[in-house]
Ligand binder design. Structure first.
Ligand SMILES: NC(=O)c1ccc[n+]([C@@H]2O[C@H](COP(=O)([O-])OP(=O)(O)OC[C@H]3O[C@@H](n4cnc5c(N)ncnc54)[C@H](O)[C@@H]3O)[C@@H](O)[C@H]2O)c1
Ligand SMILES: O=C(O)CC[C@@H](O)C(=O)O
Length: 528
């Protein structure tokens, strides 16, 4: 039974889902990093919000961990690169809290425009300061969106309803989408110059860190008000402090801070600053949504292999997962076959080609190529799996080409893999016998019919009488049982391929003896 740890405060709905799905769940919010490191090794899955920091050090000791699920959007508290390198899938729940966060941003904009928090404090203190709290209307003001994804789009829709003009800076926003949203797509400098209110809705990345830098703040319209319900680090807090003090920025509403929890921040001393403690996603509805989603996603992955909302792997829907499973197995075996032959010849892999025919032509191919890379790279990469293999391949300059043949195939389904090294290109093809059993049907252009055994011998030789008897004798002398024996040849007396499944590994000396048989060109031991 897979084991999942919930290490942050998550709605109890998540625990119920895990239990219903037959997953053993442990809830331990508030652990110190050392406490978490001490127990993480037992778990297959980790469900978090933003408090848990998934660092490289934690991943180093998370020896069973297969999936991290973030109940929320931002995954900046997860070292995704290290997780990927260790083959751990990282998922988030990109939509569950978007409306709630957008509403918080709109609420913060109202709070700023009308100084609601300060007015409330003053009124409760019995001051009745009607003249102190003169506000501004939102109607006809220009709202500058930095980031127009899920949350930004919802903010735009609400702001348009408030009769604001909405301009947006987002390099990935298309003109068509901008038009559909009813926003004007513009460059950052133009947004800074025109916006009466600026609201940030980007992830924190190397490109967006300090996107409202000192220089950017200097380009804003005097009297601008800034809302940040995305991430601390998007706004240079020191520069914002000065701009607020000077009056150039009229106010700021901040839900997120460079350092969190933010318990001591000099911005708190300023009257024209409204703060909330990272409450963007804090509604019952949003927390219920993200908890349910993350629990379902983690359970699906651990129980069926379905991948939803992963930030470091291709998606595999719950519907597709069982259908893709035998194909992924076939791809991994074909990759493993090609990889072990390639490794035996010390070639550096430059290119991998995959061709899909028949039923395989109509599948989601990304998980299949990931499985193929996982098999192919197993001889050279420790801890390889479908998450880290494609990244390793890309980082090592291995090119991938995929071809889908829309033609009648001799097989109901066929996957052909070609691996090109500096020296040569090697091809292997496989099919699914009976729709689920992987079978090798072609090696180096020679037809064969072989199952994949756990231990196999691959021998290429000249097709001459006597080889089978001599090879079998060597195996018999070692007391090694032959499970299956398959032969294929290009033509009578031509090149031949022999695939032998054996019940246990062959000692090196016996392998050398086979290599020394007359007519043998190559003999390689394979394991799957
Ligand atoms: N305060 C909270 O509690 C809370 C809650 C949810 C999300 N968030 C934050 O809000 C962020 C946005 O969430 P989302 O669901 O809208 O994400 P999203 O991925 O749907 O949208 C992000 C948008 O930012 C844009 N973007 C990326 N780089 C950019 C750049 N350099 N300049 C301008 N735009 C850029 C993207 O194109 C995308 O459209 C999250 O990454 C998360 O950090 C905060
Ligand atoms: O979990 C939270 O409370 C915050 C979530 C939010 O920052 C997110 O990125 O989804």
């Amino acid at each position: 039974m897979p084991k999942v740890l919930i290490s942050d405060k998550l709605s109890p709905a998540a625990i119920e889902i895990f239990k219903q799905r037959g997953i053993e769940v442990t809830t331990k919010p508030g652990l110190t990093p050392a406490e978490l490191r001490a127990i993480i090794g037992e778990f297959d899955g980790l469900a978090i919000r933003s408090a848990t920091k998934v660092t490289r050090e934690l991943l180093d000791v998370a020896r069973n961990l297969k999936v991290i699920g973030r109940a929320g959007i931002g995954v900046d508290n997860v070292d995704v690169k290290s997780a990927t390198a260790r083959g751990v899938v990282v998922m988030n729940t990109p939509y569950g809290n978007a409306i709630t966060t957008a509403e918080h941003a709109i609420g913060m904009m109202f709070a700023l425009a009308r100084q609601l928090p300060e007015a409330s404090v003053s009124t409760k203190a019995g001051k009745w300061e009607k003249n102190r709290f003169m506000g501004v209307e939102l109607t006809n003001k220009t709202l500058g969106l930095i980031g127009a994804g899920n949350i930004g789009s919802i903010v735009a829709e609400r702001a348009l309803g408030l009769k604001m003009r909405v301009i947006a800076y987002d390099p990935y926003l298309t003109e068509t989408r901008a038009t559909a949203l009813g926003v004007e797509k513009i460059e950052l400098d133009a947004l800074l110059a025109r916006a009466d209110f600026i609201t940030l809705h980007t992830p924190l990345t190397e490109q967006t860190r300090n996107i409202l830098s000192r220089e950017a703040l200097a380009k804003t319209k005097k009297g601008v008000r800034i809302v940040n319900c995305a991430r601390g680090g998007l706004v240079d807090e020191a520069a914002l402090y000065e701009a607020l003090r000077s009056g150039h920025v009229a106010g700021a509403a901040l839900d997120v801070f460079e350092t969190e929890p933010a318990t001591d921040n000099r911005l708190f001393a300023l009257e024209n600053v409204v703060c909330t403690p990272h409450l963007g996603a804090a509604t019952n509805e949003a927390q219920e949504n993200v908890a349910l989603q993350v629990a379902e996603q983690i359970s699906d992955f651990l129980l069926t292999g379905a991948v939803t909302n992963a930030v470091n792997m291709a998606s595999v829907s719950a519907e597709d997962a069982p259908r893709l499973k035998p194909y992924m197995e076939l791809c991994q075996l074909l990759g493993g076959f090609a990889g072990q032959l390639t490794e035996a010849r010390q070639g550096v892999i430059r290119q991998v080609g995959i061709e899909y025919e028949g039923a395989a032509a109509h599948l989601n191919h990304r998980p299949l190529s990931a499985a193929l890379f996982a098999g192919l790279l197993a001889p050279v990469m420790e801890g390889v799996n479908m998450v880290n293999a494609p990244v390793f391949a890309r980082d090592h300059g291995i090119e991938l080409s995929e071809t889908v043949h829309d033609r009648d195939s001799e097989y109901q389904t066929l996957i052909r893999v070609s691996v090109t090294t500096d020296d040569q290109t090697r091809t292997v093809s496989g099919t699914l016998f009976g729709g689920s059993k992987p079978r090798l049907v072609e090696v180096k252009g020679i037809k064969v019919e072989a199952d994949f055994g756990r231990h196999m011998l691959y021998v290429t030789n000249q097709d001459k009488p006597g080889f089978i008897a001599k090879c079998s004798a060597i195996l018999a002398d070692e007391g090694i049982n032959i499970a299956t024996f398959h032969l294929g040849r290009s033509a009578p007396a031509g090149d031949a391929v022999c695939l032998i499944s054996i019940d246990e590994p062959l000692p090196e000396a016996a392998l050398i003896a086979i290599r020394h048989l007359p007519q043998v060109m190559q003999a390689t031991q394979l394991s799957f």
